[in-house]
Design a protein around this ligand. Structure first.
Ligand code: HEC
Ligand code: HEC
Length: 333
């Protein structure tokens, strides 16, 4: 039986507003390389009522639970094994178990792998890519590739992928774009925004708030030893700002209604990711064996250009982009 997608067709005006003018010039790069310049189609939200009632469906359902309640199953005290180094859940970043538009959406992931990854300098399978998130944002150790949990996560990713047309570029597949200001992002301005709009949930100390049983978070941590590693893509300022714009503050954004301006999103990302004042777990390895392929907002040298660590971290990014383009070098962010 072919799965039927629940497709939300948005009014053209709403679309035009959401993909706001001024963004084109400052676009983030499409990480889904095989979607290239394909025209955008409507958003896709899988309907979980359609998970098949058979053996495969059972694993899909377990996989979905693993994305929603990751810490409960495979966290530091997990009932199915101890793999994560912290008590965050996949859904804290890939919201609605990877199905929310503009929230590191995972609907196309099953089509995207195996894929060459610059960070590791080799081709990764989807299972290895899942393990990357277990090792970096979750600061953990990899799930065995043949474990029931890994197979369930892959089954779930395959099932949600069944709702999208191969290679299509649907709305919300990529996060929102942010314009890149001429000045560097400011951690100082970001601190003010954080205290006003974020601290009420994530805490003034960024440590988040555990649930009553202390098994996972009501509000996940943003820095500290229980938060994501610097090796995680969330540690990159443009990458984070593009997610924040669509998704935070949790209680103030809605689809088509960002709360933070582009500059504010970059500033607050700069504050959260300022390693001079915020501690994080240390990554176990240094990555990007080819300096040339580092994203421009990756803050660890050596670099293949002469811009400083501070400029790679906080910008201004436009001069880096232009310099690299002029030299015919890749520009990823
Ligand atoms: C009303 C409470 C609330 C406010 C205010 C809020 N958040 Fe969140 N935030 C959440 C929740 C809840 C999640 C997890 C979302 C989920 O699981 O679906 C989250 C997740 C996150 C994440 C990803 C997970 C992680 O911990 O790394 C980041 C980053 C983040 N918020 C940053 C911010 C920033 C920056 C602001 C202010 C601009 C903000 N949040 C304001 C509730 C809030
Ligand atoms: C702190 C935030 C965070 C958490 C928690 C997290 N991820 Fe990720 N994940 C990311 C970011 C950022 C990316 C990179 C997305 C991009 O490059 O656009 C990513 C990428 C991925 C990808 C590759 C997507 C693609 O199509 O290329 C998969 C698959 C994935 N994550 C699965 C998971 C799973 C499963 C979990 C839980 C075990 C998890 N992630 C937890 C932030 C997170």
């Amino acid at each position: 039986m072919k799965l039927r997608a629940v497709i939300i067709l948005m009014m053209i005006l709403v679309m035009a507003w959401w993909v706001a003018p001024g963004c084109e010039r400052a676009a983030g790069k499409d990480t889904a390389k095989n979607a290239g310049g394909a025209p955008k189609t409507a958003m896709v939200i899988p309907d979980t009522a359609q998970i098949p009632k058979d053996k495969f469906g059972e694993e899909v359902r377990y996989g979905r639970q693993l994305l929603l309640n990751t810490a409960y199953y495979i966290g530091p005290d997990g009932v199915a094994g101890h793999y994560l180094g912290n008590k965050m859940n996949c859904t804290n970043c890939h919201q609605d178990a990877g199905t929310k538009p503009y929230s590191f959406n995972l609907l196309a992931s099953h089509d995207n792998y195996p894929q060459y990854r610059a960070r590791e300098g080799k081709i990764l399978t989807l299972a290895e890519r899942v393990n990357n998130c277990i090792m970096h944002p979750h600061n953990g150790r990899p799930l065995p590739l043949d474990s029931r949990e890994m197979v369930a996560i892959l089954s779930y990713l395959k099932w949600i992928n069944g709702f999208v047309q191969k290679g299509s570029n649907f709305e919300g597949r990529q996060n929102l774009v942010v314009g890149l200001p001429v000045a560097a992002a400011s951690p100082e301005r970001g601190e003010k925004i954080f205290m006003e709009s974020c601290a009420s949930c994530h805490g003034k100390d960024g440590a988040g708030q555990l649930n009553a049983e202390k098994t996972t978070y009501v509000y996940p941590p943003l820095w500290g030893m229980q938060a994501y590693q610097p090796g995680s893509s969330m540690h990159r300022i443009i990458k984070m700002a593009r997610w924040l714009k669509a998704n935070m503050p949790y209680n103030k954004v809605a689809l088509g209604k960002p709360f933070l301006t582009d500059e504010q999103a970059l500033d607050v990302a700069a504050f959260i990711n300022n390693d001079a004042i915020h501690q994080r777990p240390r990554p176990k390895s240094f990555e990007y064996p080819e300096a040339m392929l580092k994203p421009i907002d990756y803050d660890r040298g050596p670099f293949s250009d002469s811009f400083s660590v501070a400029q790679h971290k906080y910008g201004p990014f436009q001069p880096i982009i232009e310099w690299r383009k002029a030299k015919g070098m890749p520009v990823d962010y």
